[in-house]
Design a protein around this ligand. Structure first.
Ligand SMILES: CC(C)(COP(=O)(O)OP(=O)(O)OC[C@H]1O[C@@H](n2cnc3c(N)ncnc32)[C@H](O)[C@@H]1OP(=O)(O)O)[C@@H](O)C(=O)NCCC(=O)NCCS
Length: 171
């Protein structure tokens, strides 16, 4: 791996907010996900310390991963979304750095479960597996393999139930 592809991770600071917005817009090629992040900042689902960035050696933010509060029925969980990497840095480990840091921060915060709606070929590398296998489902129609869950505690089985996202997700 070349030196420019070694990333550091850290929680975002207030100074990163605009840059996170720019990274998110660039990653998705539209502003919807960046607007979602900004709406979540003002929502009770926001948890300080669970918005993580990956940076290059000069502390330039190139990736972002966000965990916010959701519920599986009445059980508190976290939702991993969105995950964004600047196009020029995609597939170089930046997303992995931000997501791994977010999951580690959540474990440190004594959180138990994380759900993600995303690419079924990408998230299993972080320990996610099919939520449907645990009786976890969504109120909208998605391919069953796209909804995934992982436990942050050894031996803790995710509860069955309906995933209830924070209001800004509109799900
Ligand atoms: C999806 C995303 C977060 C992944 O981050 P990344 O830094 O590009 O990926 P990493 O370098 O950490 O990991 C690379 C691996 O992920 C795989 N990968 C990357 N994007 C993928 C995708 N969209 N679908 C499936 N696999 C993907 C690569 O094939 C590679 O696999 P390998 O290790 O087996 O070769 C990033 O590409 C991105 O921002 N994409 C646009 C926005 C988006 O779709 N976000 C996710 C939905 S919330």
């Amino acid at each position: 791996m070349s030196p420019e592809f070694v990333y550091r991770s850290r929680p975002e600071t207030p100074n990163d907010r605009q840059r996170v917005r720019e990274v998110t817009i660039a990653a998705f090629g539209r502003s919807g996900e960046a607007d979602l992040v900004d709406a979540l900042r003002h929502d009770p689902a926001w948890i300080d310390g669970l918005s993580l960035v990956a940076t290059t050696g000069d502390d330039t933010v190139v990736a972002h991963a966000l965990l916010t509060r959701c519920h599986i029925d009445a059980v508190e969980a976290l939702c991993l979304a969105p995950c964004s990497v600047l196009p020029d840095y995609q597939r170089t480990g930046a997303g992995t750095a931000a997501i791994s840091a977010a999951l580690a921060a959540a474990a440190d915060a004594d959180e138990s479960f994380v759900v993600v709606l995303g690419h079924p070929r990408y998230y299993p590398r972080f320990g996610f597996h099919r939520a449907a296998d645990h009786g976890i489902h969504l109120g909208i129609d998605v391919p069953p393999e796209a909804l995934m869950v992982r436990s942050l505690r050894p031996g803790a089985l995710p509860p069955a139930g309906l995933v209830r996202y924070a209001a800004p997700f509109g799900i």
